[in-house]
Write a protein that binds this ligand. Structure first.
Ligand SMILES: NC(=O)c1ccc[n+]([C@@H]2O[C@H](COP(=O)([O-])OP(=O)(O)OC[C@H]3O[C@@H](n4cnc5c(N)ncnc54)[C@H](O)[C@@H]3O)[C@@H](O)[C@H]2O)c1
Length: 347
């Protein structure tokens, strides 16, 4: 099988590449602009493999994407390239509109050209999206495939628009598109601007652990390797035109997450305990959705996928990964992002 993975040098994209490359007959081409969020170290194990290729390119460059797509002729496109950090989208939405909307449009157009060249068969397009497109839940209920779109942030609004484009390319042009809307991911190789790695690295360095508002916002956490399994399953057996909500059945408040991280670090770095003393409540994120939760029964029932990793064990493994892999994150903290507050506009 030949796969094209956009955004493959990012957090989820690289986990997906590890998952795909575990099959000896898989051929993987990654297209990635190598923004601040990409890390070539995440793909280093495949550098010497003939069946793996990393192409540094912008998905918005439709002519370049067309050449690549027609030459490569993949069986499956996994489209993950995106600007992904909500706080950065509050500070400046331009790159989000470009990559998430225009870039998705470009990828759909070139996949459509390949689909037509192959006589209407032979390329499946997995569009990877987020549960944030559904807006905020109250204390009850869960998002499912039929939940109405109601995005709150510039990030989620651009992802919502991209989802609509993806579905329209199926309905209008017959491109076999499957959309996945996934909850918050955690695990190794996540850029340390996101909650869990930011808390782990700040705590390791004895820095403050900033918690937005009162820490009561709830997210449904999914291990990134479970997500990679779900994406492969959708590529194999998903029905074109359908959406799949993908979640971890692990709802936690941000405060619970930070307390758990502190507890795990107290066990591993007792000389710095109690790490909980570093917790600091800061002004909330503007437009901060209160709660996300996923009903993943459709993908379980129809495609036989369910999350398999226990959250507390997965979090402990993630903390251990960051402790063991300073070579991966150290240079990022020094040169790209040191943990400063982003997205405060209007707060
Ligand atoms: N992280 C999560 O919890 C989560 C949850 C649900 C859905 N998603 C979605 O999954 C996808 C991957 O998320 P992630 O957390 O791995 O993101 P990430 O920020 O870690 O990685 C994004 C990757 O896309 C690349 N990229 C950005 N703009 C590009 C462009 N114009 N052309 C080519 N490459 C470009 C970056 O260089 C980076 O490698 C995104 O589409 C995101 O919306 C993420």
């Amino acid at each position: 099988m030949k796969y094209l993975v956009t955004g493959g040098a990012g957090f989820i994209g690289s986990a997906l590449c590890h998952r795909l490359m575990a099959s000896p007959d898989a051929q993987v081409t990654v297209v990635d602009k190598m923004t601040y969020a990409a890390n070539p170290a995440s793909l280093a194990p495949f550098e010497e493999e003939d069946r793996f290729r990393l192409v540094k390119a912008d998905i918005c460059d439709q002519a370049r994407m067309m050449d690549l797509m027609l030459a490569d002729a993949p069986d499956v496109v996994f489209h993950l390239a995106a600007e992904t950090h909500v706080d950065r989208s509050i500070d400046g939405a331009d790159a989000f509109v470009q990559t998430n909307l225009i870039g998705t449009f470009a990828m759909l157009q070139v996949a459509r050209a390949l689909h037509e060249r192959k006589g209407g068969a032979g390329v499946r397009f997995v569009h990877v999206s987020t549960d944030e497109v559904f807006g905020s839940l109250g204390p009850e209920g869960r998002f499912e495939e039929t939940t109405a779109y109601d995005p709150s942030s510039p990030y989620s609004a651009t992802k919502a628009g991209a989802d609509h484009l993806a579905r329209a390319w199926h309905r209008t042009y017959g491109l076999p598109v499957m959309v996945s809307n996934c909850s918050n991911n955690y695990g190794p190789r996540q850029f340390p601007e996101k909650l869990i790695p930011l808390m782990v690295l700040n705590a390791l360095e004895g820095l403050k652990l900033p918690i937005y508002g009162d820490g009561s916002n709830v997210r449904d956490w999914l291990h990134v390797e479970d997500h990679a399994d779900a994406l492969v399953r959708i590529a194999e057996a998903g029905v074109p035109g359908e959406s799949y909500t993908v979640g971890g059945n692990s709802e936690k408040t941000n405060l619970e997450i930070v307390r758990l991280v502190c507890q795990l670090l107290d066990e591993r770095r007792p000389e710095r305990a109690p790490h909980g003393d570093l917790m600091t409540f800061v002004a909330d994120r503007p437009g901060h959705d209160l709660r996300y939760a996923i009903d993943a029964s459709k993908i379980d029932r129809e495609l036989g996928w369910a999350p398999s990793r226990d959250f507390v064990q997965g979090l402990a493994d993630t903390v251990d990964w960051y402790i063991a892999n300073e070579a991966w994150w150290g240079p990022l903290r020094e040169t790209v992002y040191a943990g400063e507050r982003l997205g405060k506009v209007g707060a």
